[in-house]
Design a protein around this ligand. Structure first.
Ligand SMILES: [Zn+2]
Length: 86
């Protein structure tokens, strides 16, 4: 029987491999992180678990993932995660 495997992505913070549906896709637009809810935004994406967000910040995982040296703004992602936990 043919079973279709879900594509997997690794979380930029904890590096564990997950089905991409279990991770949040983010893209960097200018210096702001945008949440790519429908996985339709073009460009390089960074995937992470919602719960790994603090770890990602601590490790500067976004800077590494996007090869971006400056300060990144996370307001949209923060708001998104806040709504998720409500
Ligand atoms: Zn993670």
């Amino acid at each position: 029987m043919f079973s279709k495997k879900q594509p997997q992505r690794s979380c930029i913070a904890c590096r564990s491999l997950e089905n991409w549906t279990d991770l949040i896709r983010t893209v960097l637009l200018g210096n702001e992180i945008k949440v790519d809810i429908n996985h339709r935004m073009t460009g390089r994406g960074a995937w992470l678990h919602g719960k790994c967000f603090p770890v990602a910040i601590e490790r500067k995982a976004f800077n590494r993932s996007f090869k971006y040296e400056g300060e990144i703004k996370f307001k949209e992602l923060e708001n998104y995660l806040k709504n998720l936990s409500n």
